[in-house]
Design a protein around this ligand. Structure first.
Ligand code: PLP
Length: 771
């Protein structure tokens, strides 16, 4: 392959699928146009097709070292897996003894197609065996003692040659000994999908009964695969019909797929003239990529050892970055990688890395880079260069620190929302004074906060928790020790010394007397961060209001931009009041106090965002939260509020994933209104005919790596709340939001719409569909 141009993609996701090599595509095309016969036809066209099919089969046998046994073409590996499992279980069922408990064994890191198919056919065939996952160690190696103990009572064992997420390979010869010593009759399937072209296979020298393969993982098209079946292994046809494939798998054969995969087989067999790199070369590519990652991301960790994995897979995590952030970054640099993880509800993590017992953050932040033997040195060089550029872009947006290059080119001004899962940390920077404060710091974000403060050269004046969080630790200690060692503060970080009593270099609080009440505040540039005790969710809960200076209570609503209310008012909910230190009656009083102080459009910045809503205000909440509305309207007295609140809290699900839900969601529908959608064409047309502001809500590093061709303004999603605040006076203006895939722009547009922006739309499918 030729050296790639800067704009072309570097595809490093071969374990998901590969492009079809031009030679293979050409062969497929030829078989559609010229060699298009039906192999079952007895005329010349059919005979030629049959010859191609049998040549392909012979080549497949050579590639996998299977002189004996059956080799059947399938649609892919998932079909091969079904074939193996049904064949084994149908036979096993015949010999089941009543009242005996059997098991079905599979490796804990197996592709989901394996345990799901085992479960499915175990149910359908009424076998009622127990499914047991074979544990793996931290290197991903199967627990052979477990196999030795369990195999005697197992009907089938399914293992894999090479893992798709980590590239870890199993020692099949050693495994065979353990399995056969424990149970010589057990049916053994080895998923060989990721081994093809990456390790040598000699299947008929083994006692493996079934081995499925897939073409699209090695430069053939989707829809072609094959399965090896040992001579003595039982077989049940899963597709009956015209008797093709010697009656083993009916249906007219996929000749174009066979023609293409045959080209791949020829390349694998002819190592001298083949376009495929040898293992040593591939290992060199792997080392080069790993060295580049290590040099630009000092906090990178590799999730597997290179010693027991194929050279074409690199699974890594970068401390402090989610896999989504790295995916977005690499995509902007035009490098395609995968998150190497399965998405379960809200938490994205890798069950493979979990099974290997790696720390949770490594599993949650896993990134997989994978390539095939057609990789070239030029592509590796280009990939390394782009990784370097990507890291540089992160440095420029203050996500990683390069002490030789402290950033001042993109000064931060205003509010930033950082998240870890559905928990939020808020950072406010006042560019003029270079002062900053942090609310509800999360420990996972310590490094990021530290980097941001250093990189932006900000003076931290306070780091405060709105309350003692029940569901997570505060990250305050680390940052406070580093930046505010001389400040005296209470347990939540509010300064305990009045500014009047200390030297001016240490921030203390000021006071202002409003309607006979002494309010404490700290200065941030020209503004005040005012402390308002709002007990209820917990007895120590407080709200922090960021306001222009005021002299009367009636001015606060006008002067107040943001209200950091912790868990008192959450999006679509109120903080739970069924903790020991909670009080629903106190919450009633606190809500009424907040209502008196802040405006109906003051943005409320909560410490959780369970539904990706970013922020809210009282007017939006009152529309969907009847309990809040009736409380603020004075329709509910304290006793009535207590009863209704207790009822609401009783529906609270205590655990949502690993998180305690801190607020009870109200009955209101949280899904929001549909958002107007544009595609590239309709957006162009609309922009030509009406006044539209296009907002690119990708993060600054993505924007820098891949500037859009249109005239958009960059408002990163982490600064959306600041943007909403600034544009409150332009609620009828036409805003169109855009991002990489359309997910972030949709969420942001929905949030703006909910807050009264009535002319917001987004670019469906994002820039991904326009480039
Ligand atoms: N097994 C492994 C290890 C895989 O990586 C895959 C594909 O992701 C499969 C099975 C399923 O293969 P196919 O897409 O051909 O059905």
């Amino acid at each position: 392959m030729n050296k790639s141009s800067p704009l072309s993609q570097i595809y490093l996701d071969a374990n998901a699928t590969t492009p079809v090599l031009p030679q293979a595509a050409e062969a497929a095309l030829n078989s559609m146009k010229v060699l298009f016969g039906n192999p079952s036809s007895s005329h010349v066209t059919g005979l030629k097709a049959k010859d191609l099919m049998e040549t392909t089969r012979q080549n497949a046998r050579k590639v996998i070292g299977a002189e004996t046994g059956q080799l059947i073409f399938t649609s892919g590996a998932t079909e091969g897996i079904q074939t193996a499992i049904i064949s084994a279980l149908v036979e096993a069922k015949k010999h089941i003894e009543p009242n005996k408990q059997y098991s079905l064994l599979y490796g804990a890191t197996e592709h989901k197609a394996v345990p799901e198919s085992l479960k499915h056919w175990n149910d359908i065939l009424g076998i009622h065996a127990e499914l047991k996952a074979i544990p793996v160690d931290t290197f991903g190696n199967l627990d052979t003692q477990f196999i030795a103990d369990e195999a005697p009572n197992a009907l089938m064992i399914c293992t894999m040659a090479v893992n798709n997420e980590t590239g870890v390979y199993q020692d099949l010869a050693a495994l065979e000994q353990v399995i056969r010593n424990a149970n010589s009759q057990i049916f053994w399937m080895v998923d060989c999908v990721q081994a093809l072209g990456k390790t040598a296979l000699n299947l008929s020298d083994t006692s493996i009964d079934y081995a499925p393969f897939s073409g699209h993982k090695l430069y053939a098209p989707k829809g072609i695969g094959f399965i090896y079946i040992r001579q003595s292994a039982p077989f049940t046809s899963i597709i009956a019909g015209g008797g093709q494939e010697s009656g083993l798998r009916s249906g007219t054969e996929n000749l174009p797929g066979m023609a293409a995969i045959n080209v791949i087989f020829e390349m694998l067999l002819d190592t001298k003239t083949s376009a495929f790199a040898d293992i040593t070369t591939l290992r060199g590519y792997q080392s080069q990529l790993m060295a580049t990652l290590t040099s630009v991301f000092p906090d990178v960790v590799f999730n597997h050892s290179v010693e027991n994995s194929v050279p074409t897979t690199i699974n890594f995590a970068i401390e402090g970055f989610s896999s989504k952030e790295i995916m977005d970054l690499f995509d902007a640099a035009n490098i395609r990688v995968s998150s190497g993880s399965a998405c379960s509800s809200k938490v994205t993590r890798s069950f493979v890395l979990d099974a290997m017992g790696l720390p949770a953050w490594q599993s949650e932040s896993a990134i997989r880079m994978s390539f095939g033997p057609a990789m070239t040195q030029a592509q590796v060089d280009e990939a390394c260069q782009r990784i370097q550029s990507a890291a540089k872009a992160l440095t420029h947006s203050c996500m990683i620190l390069d002490s030789s290059e402290i950033n001042t080119s993109q000064p931060l001004n205003g509010l930033v929302q950082l998240r870890s899962g559905s928990n939020c940390t808020w950072v406010y920077a006042d560019q003029q004074s270079k002062q900053a404060f942090i609310i509800d710091p999360l420990p996972d974000l310590n490094d990021r906060l530290d980097t941001l403060l250093q990189c932006q050269q900000l003076e931290l004046v306070a780091i405060i928790d709105t309350h003692g969080h029940a569901d997570h630790q505060s990250g305050r200690g680390f940052i406070a020790d580093k930046y505010l060692a001389s400040q005296q503060a209470d347990a939540l970080g509010w300064p305990t010394q009045s500014q009047a009593s200390i030297n001016s270099h240490v921030s203390g609080y000021h006071t202002v007397m409003i309607e006979g009440q002494l309010l404490q505040y700290i200065n941030i540039g020209q503004q005040w961060l005012v402390k308002v005790p709002t007990p209820g969710h917990t007895d120590d809960s407080m709200s922090l209001l960021l306001c222009q200076p005021f002299t009367e209570i009636s001015e606060i609503a006008q002067q107040c931009q943001f209200a950091f209310c912790g868990d008192t008012i959450l999006m679509g909910s109120l903080g739970r009041t069924n903790f020991e230190s909670s009080s629903a009656s106190d919450m009633h009083t606190s809500l009424k106090l907040l209502h008196r102080l802040i405006g109906s459009n003051t943005l409320i910045c909560a410490s959780h965002d369970y539904n990706n809503e970013f922020t809210t205000h009282l007017s939006a909440e009152c529309m969907r939260n009847p309990l809040l509305r009736d409380t603020l309207n004075g329709q509910l007295d304290i006793e009535e509020f207590e009863v209704l609140k207790a009822e609401l809290d009783s529906h609270l699900c205590d655990q949502a994933g690993s998180e305690i839900m801190c607020g009870a969601l109200t009955d209101s529908q949280l899904s929001g209104l549909p958002v107007v959608e544009y595609n590239q064409l309709s957006l162009h047309a609309a922009m030509a005919s009406e006044e539209i502001s296009l907002i690119d809500i990708r993060e600054p590093h993505e924007y820098a790596l891949q500037p859009p061709q249109d005239s958009s303004e960059n408002v990163p999603l982490t600064r959306l709340v600041q943007f909403i605040q600034q544009q409150q006076h332009k609620k009828h203006h036409k805003w169109v939001l855009a991002c990489r895939s359309g997910t972030r722009s949709y969420l942001a547009a929905q949030a703006m719409q909910r807050l009264g922006f009535d002319n917001v739309a987004h670019l469906k499918g994002g820039y991904a569909l326009t480039s």
